[in-house]
Write a protein that binds this ligand. Structure first.
Ligand code: FES
Length: 84
């Protein structure tokens, strides 16, 4: 047996254990693969999916996850200054 293809202690194939982070333009960080996600105090945040979207804009109501609110914060129209 090729030792480079051995399973880890949990029986998972080590070849599929890599993690990729995709930086979305004007959007979240898409994290694909196994991660340990924690708050600043070290408490764990449950990760239930193989891909998670982490908010970068600060508008999400479910931080640290993205809820799509980054799309609402961008306006293609300019304020007329009429509302005061
Ligand atoms: S990046 Fe999507 S809500 Fe912040």
């Amino acid at each position: 047996m090729d030792s480079s293809l051995q399973d880890d202690d949990d029986g998972a194939d080590m070849r599929s254990a890599s993690t990729t982070i995709v930086v979305c333009d004007d959007g979240p960080l898409l994290v694909r693969g196994p991660i340990d996600l924690c708050r600043s105090d070290g408490s764990p945040i449950p990760v239930r999916r193989s891909t998670v979207a982490l908010c970068r804009c600060g508008r999400s109501s479910i931080t640290p996850m993205c809820d799509g609110s980054h799309k609402l914060g961008r306006s293609t129209t300019r304020s007329s200054g009429a509302a005061r």
